[in-house]
Design a protein around this ligand. Structure first.
Ligand code: AGP
Length: 610
């Protein structure tokens, strides 16, 4: 889970690399480095810590050259340190490599190379690559790379430079993302498009088993066996400013506030007319297949899996199709989950999460079809699935997923409507009612933010003393409880647990004392009365209650110490609106505690290792 970038051209190479790395810092940020071709030798500059440390070093040393590679790291093998940071070199420092992924057989390769006399400096798996290249290099880096990759097992996006062939970069991909950016008289490689967006809007999306041979004038895409591959040019439509903080203190708050727009984009042209009607042609599955589905399995991790819980609840209620949700890291070992009558729904913001990808592969191997709900067009999850439903939420940079979460739920809701319609499981009037209610969600999210955002901030301050939280929910808002607790844990580092409210009496109630705050989504609908009962149990034991309830609900005041009001919608759709206050609350608590919100400790945005 690292970010890699490479550049060839007339600009100041280290500045281009730094710019790219800044955009990739969300992929890892415990150390960073560059290797630049300077007058026939490679200058390698690395630093532990944030990118700013490397930036300071580069500003002092100003390495001049027309080609270079860079890396921002999230440690997997070997702790964060200057030595372990990339680029890694061969024995003599002629070859430099940056890598994202894991070389599974690195210990075996390392021992073999050491026995042959190679000297290793770091504890990383990556370092075997430059030594293998050194072993196989006979004046042609491309051939050396092809040969070295035959020895390697595991996942990689690897980019290499050699001092003897200035003006050449060779990169290869197996399971870790890689793009090649097309410029005029200059070219780029990177883990992800935002890294090159400032310089070009055209790119090749490199697939597994492919490599690119790049010069200032040319990009050749080949298989790793060396066969030419004809790739379509991918035109990037994102605006570079979209990926900036837009004047906010953190990406997270910017992205929370962007939710009305993100939700609008998710709906896009999918709900049409005054009727209204639903158009999800893009999902490609035939009606016959949709009617045949006997079971749905959600394939996702973390926040995305909670979006799957909320959407899955809706599918079960509307379509009567059972939905199983398990985190992808566990799911990939539950081999009896998939067959031909099962639909896997893979949910992933980044589209690069390794656990999710593994579970998708298993599902497809066993005959299931997979629908991907992702944010990143052309990502691995999107490409490895049978069909795609893009959430179109725009780039999400903050490590804590926010706008992607609510857009993922919304995409799931749309799919639930489609399935219910095709299977004849919903009355047309009910479907139209729900579609109309979905269309209102973006405005309702905006209304909530306009009316209640300051109140949520005041509550975050009022409860800043609290070091233990329980988040509760029932039915569709069980997911809100799980997501609320995760948000507070990951960015404010506060103990928080999410529970199905009905489970309280089976254990967690013992945790409730005056030191405990309970946040609970109690929206009007089927689960309302029982949820009130749960709040009563908590207050009877001295716990403080913050309820997320509907506007106009007077009853709730009797059961809660404080209330956050959200607009009223159908209970099935309510997790979209209830998800926003839990994000905002966690954000303000973390901000008041001075936490590093966009880059919480030990975490990275895109988890491309299992
Ligand atoms: C969310 O706030 C987390 N950072 C994390 O749980 C995330 O949702 C998970 O790693 C899945 O990522 P993905 O959506 O990119 O697959």
């Amino acid at each position: 889970m690292c970010g890699i970038v490479g550049y060839l051209g007339p600009r100041t190479t280290y500045e281009v690399l730094l710019e790219g790395l800044r955009r990739l810092e969300y992929r890892g940020y415990d150390s960073a480095g560059v290797a630049i071709q300077v007058n026939g030798h490679l200058e390698v500059i690395k630093a532990q810590g944030k990118l700013s440390v490397l930036a300071d070093l580069l500003a002092q040393r100003k390495p001049e050259g027309r080609s270079g590679i860079g890396h921002t790291r999230w440690a997997t093998h070997g702790p964060p340190s200057e030595i372990n940071s990339h680029p890694h070199c061969d024995c003599e420092g002629h070859i430099a490599v940056v890598h994202n992924g894991i070389i599974e057989n690195y210990l075996e390769l390392r021992e073999k190379l050491q026995a042959e006399g190679h000297k290793f400096k770091s504890q990383t798996d990556t370092e075997v690559i430059p030594h293998l290249l050194e072993k196989y290099y006979r004046g042609d880096l491309e051939k050396a790379m092809q040969r070295a990759l035959k020895d390697i097992q595991g996942s990689y996006a690897a980019v290499a430079l050699v001092d003897k062939q200035p003006g050449l970069i060779v990169a290869a991909r197996q399971y870790s993302p890689l793009v090649a950016g097309i410029g005029e008289g200059e070219n780029f490689v990177a883990s992800d498009i935002p890294a090159i967006l400032k310089f070009t809007r055209k790119a090749y999306l490199i697939d597994n088993g492919e490599m690119v041979v790049v010069t200032e004038q040319n990009i050749d895409v080949k298989t790793i066996e060396g066969k030419s591959v004809k790739k379509p040019v991918f035109q990037v439509k994102w605006d570079a400013a979209m990926a900036e903080k837009g004047g906010h203190k953190h990406f997270m708050i910017k992205e929370i506030l962007e939710q009305p727009d993100a939700l609008r984009q998710t709906i896009g042209q999918r709900i049409r007319g005054r009727g209204p009607t639903l158009n999800l042609e893009e999902t490609k599955f035939s009606d016959a297949f949709l009617k045949r589905i006997k079971k749905i399995v959600i394939i996702a991790c973390g926040t995305a899996s909670y979006a799957g819980m909320a959407g899955g609840y809706c599918i079960e209620r509307l379509c009567g199709v059972p939905v199983i949700v398990d985190v992808a890291s566990e799911l990939q070992h539950r081999e009896c989950m998939f067959d031909k009558s099962t639909l896997g729904i893979a949910i992933s913001q980044s589209g690069e999460t390794a656990d999710t990808l593994q579970a998708i592969r298993m599902a497809r191997r066993q005959g299931a079809k997979v629908l991907a709900i992702t944010n990143v067009i052309g990502s691995s999850v999107a490409r490895e699935s049978d069909s795609n439903l893009y959430i179109q939420a725009g780039p999400e940079i903050g490590v804590a997923s926010t706008k992607a979460y609510t857009s993922q739920i919304l995409a799931m809701l749309l799919f639930a409507m489609k399935l219910a319609e095709v299977r004849g499981a919903i009355k047309p009037a009910r479907l139209r009612g729900l579609l109309r209610a979905i269309k209102k969600l973006p405005d309702q999210a905006a209304e909530f933010l306009a009316k209640e955002a300051k109140h949520v901030k005041r509550l975050a301050k009022k409860y800043l003393w609290c070091k233990r939280y329980l988040y509760l929910g029932r039915g569709p808002n069980y997911s809100t409880a799980m997501e609320g607790a995760l948000k507070l844990k990951e960015i404010a580092y506060i103990d928080a647990e999410g529970y199905a409210a009905g489970e309280m009496k089976h254990g967690p109630l013992a945790l409730v004392t005056e030191e405990c705050t309970v946040m609970s989504a109690v929206v009007e609908g089927e689960h309302y009365e029982k949820s009130l009962g749960n709040l009563q149990e908590i207050r009877a034991r001295g716990g403080k209650v913050i309820a997320i309830a509907n506007e106009g609900d007077a009853e709730i005041e009797k059961y809660a110490d404080d209330v956050i009001r959200i607009p009223k919608t159908d209970e099935l759709l309510s997790p979209v609106l209830a998800g926003i206050p839990v994000q905002l609350y966690a954000y303000h608590v973390a901000d008041m505690l001075g936490c590093e919100i966009d880059q919480p400790r030990n975490l990275a945005k895109s988890v491309t290792v299992e």
